[in-house]
Design a protein around this ligand. Structure first.
Ligand SMILES: NC(=O)C1=CN([C@@H]2O[C@H](COP(=O)(O)OP(=O)(O)OC[C@H]3O[C@@H](n4cnc5c(N)ncnc54)[C@H](OP(=O)(O)O)[C@@H]3O)[C@@H](O)[C@H]2O)[C@H](O)CC1
Ligand SMILES: [K+]
Length: 514
């Protein structure tokens, strides 16, 4: 699914109005009816007090039109116009008049006015600002927003929580609605997925308002949301007349004294995701544990007992996953530098591999094109420098990706794979996965996919999805606390099977069983 920016949404509106021969107010009516239907289905006429807070633009217009439908169905409503500007939109005014025709007289809230009490059991509809917010709300509007947030009432936001910008960070977090639920038009918004802005949209849902499908399909976006439908076409089926050689040879290079488990996890993940062969390259102290833990995995050892000091072998792996448990000693840095001089295979780099790159930035020039880097936030900061907010983090990561021709996974609640100017936002995963070894598992999964011939970008996006989905499936048995990296690997098979499960379709009323 695509993430459209505000300009693209306005263009989609325009195209819809032209092609479908409707007025902008008819489009607003569609949006309002969708919200009304959502509420009506859940409330079934219940007389809970609904306080609507409407701005003076089109977000406010949506709120006004919704108020009319609620009134016509006998709901207990109170309408407030947040009069933050005198530039009222045409469709807001049309819907204000239509509301007055029903003898509803909104309260006009202005600077210095008091705000009425709102009960904890009431409902608030937030239609103050939508995607048109372009500067910080006035202090009195911020005060109103605080009043609503502190009321304890359920807040339903129209399109976006009022106070969040579509394309930049929030400056004053006190001036943002903390929505319990957001009903967003046509497509999800990127801001729901970024840590700093996502917290204001506890839950969100998309309502289809029938924007011009041709425009939406033809429009290139900077970010995409990657769910099952998006990753499924990447899946490469297994051939009947294939053998283990068909599915490549993954080599995992890493480990140091006390951190051999990281390599074991990555190697087992590569194997479980389908890599034909897997070899672990570890210091000597890793030989017995890996051979004992993983009979399927071959082991090559460094000359050193405790850490990797030279990376030399005479096999030709299809792909190398490097860095888990590696350590950052000067000798290991030296070994990495020598290894990169002769590298012939694609590369996945994680953990101390990334820390070594940050410490020795000259090594970045030696990376093969489309090397995959999988940093957590601290590792990313060491690579690209610090950032002041999520938007700058994305900008810096994109610039780094372009400069060095690398694919970068920004790990987090919604991991984002960045390549060049494009970002792919993952939908799977859960907080239980913030656990030791979870990252090593991801490295192994991506490495194992590249081994099988997945293109590096596909392997990364698909690997991040599978990793999260395996974590979600494992969670059903373990709960958040007991979810371990090993359990994530155990669930990889189910994550593959899940790709082909059809969503359950609720039985239609009156539908006969055949
Ligand atoms: N396709 C769709 O998704 C549709 C969405 N709809 C709804 O329309 C809004 C967007 O409406 P818009 O009128 O463009 O914008 P807002 O309602 O968010 O804001 C109104 C105007 O307020 C001004 N502004 C911006 N920031 C501030 C501020 N801090 N203080 C005061 N005023 C502010 C700004 O105008 P200026 O000229 O003053 O800059 C805004 O234009 C969308 O979110 C949906 O809810 C349609 O109903 C149907 C199609
Ligand atoms: K809103």
């Amino acid at each position: 699914m695509k993430f459209f920016n505000a300009g693209q949404i306005y263009a989609a509106d325009k195209s819809t109005i032209e092609k479908q021969g409707i007025s902008s107010n008819e489009l607003m009516e569609r949006a309002a009816v969708q919200i009304f239907n959502w509420l009506h289905l859940r409330m079934q006429g219940a007389q809970v007090k609904i306080h609507l807070f409407c701005g003076i633009g089109n977000n406010g217009g949506d709120g006004m039109a919704l108020a009319r439908h609620l009134k016509e169905h006998g709901y207990n409503i109170e309408v407030n116009v947040v009069n933050y500007s005198d530039k009222r939109s045409k469709d807001f005014l049309i819907n204000l008049d239509r509301l007055k025709d029903l003898k509803i007289w909104p309260n006009f809230l202005e600077r210095d006015c008091g705000f009425a009490e709102i009960g904890r059991d009431d409902i608030i509809v937030d239609a103050i600002f939508g995607i048109g917010l372009n500067r910080n709300p006035d202090p009195w509007v911020a005060k109103l927003i605080q009043h609503l947030n502190h009321s304890g009432a359920f807040i339903l936001a129209v399109d976006v929580p009022s106070g969040v910008f579509m394309d930049k960070a929030i400056e004053d977090t006190n001036a943002v609605i903390r929505a319990n639920h957001v009903l967003s038009f046509q497509a999800p918004k990127l801001i729901f997925f970024l840590p700093e802005t996502g917290v204001f949209s506890n839950q969100w849902e998309v309502l289809d308002i029938g924007l011009d499908p041709e425009y939406l399909a033809a429009t290139e976006t900077e970010y995409d949301l990657m769910g099952k439908n998006e990753v499924l076409p990447m899946y490469v089926p297994r051939e009947k007349f294939s053998h283990k050689g068909t599915y490549g040879h993954s080599m995992i290079i890493g480990g140091s004294y006390g951190k051999i488990g990281a390599v074991a996890l990555a190697a087992r993940a590569a194997l479980t995701v389908g890599s034909g062969l897997v070899t672990a390259y570890v210091p000597r102290c890793g030989y017995v544990p890996i051979q004992t833990l993983l009979p399927e995995v071959m082991v090559i050892t460094d000359k050193d007992e405790d850490c990797i000091k030279s990376i030399e072998f005479d096999i030709r792996p299809t792909v190398v996953g490097l860095g888990v448990g590696l350590g950052t000693s000067p000798e290991t840095a030296e070994a990495l530098s020598g290894f990169l001089d002769g590298i012939e295979s694609p590369l996945v780099i994680d953990a101390d591999g990334l820390n070594l790159l940050s410490k020795h930035k000259e090594l970045l020039k030696k990376l093969p094109p489309k090397t995959i880097l999988t940093p957590h936030p601290k590792e990313l900061e060491r690579l690209v420098g610090s950032w002041k907010d999520d938007f700058e983090k994305l900008k810096k990561t994109k610039a780094f990706s372009k400069k060095h021709d690398v694919i970068i996974v920004i790990k987090g609640a919604h991991s984002i794979t960045v390549y060049g100017g494009h970002g792919y936002v993952n939908t799977t995963g859960n907080p239980g996965m913030a656990t030791a070894g979870s990252g090593d598992t991801l490295t192994g999964i991506i490495t194992g996919l590249v081994a099988q011939g997945y293109a590096p970008l596909d392997a990364t996006i698909f690997g991040v999805y599978l990793h999260g989905r395996a974590g979600d499936i494992a969670l059903e048995q373990t709960g958040y606390q007991a979810l371990t990296a090993s359990k994530i690997i155990d669930a990889i098979g189910m994550a593959f099977i899940d790709l082909f499960k059809m969503p359950e379709v609720p039985e239609q009323e009156g539908q006969e069983e055949s």
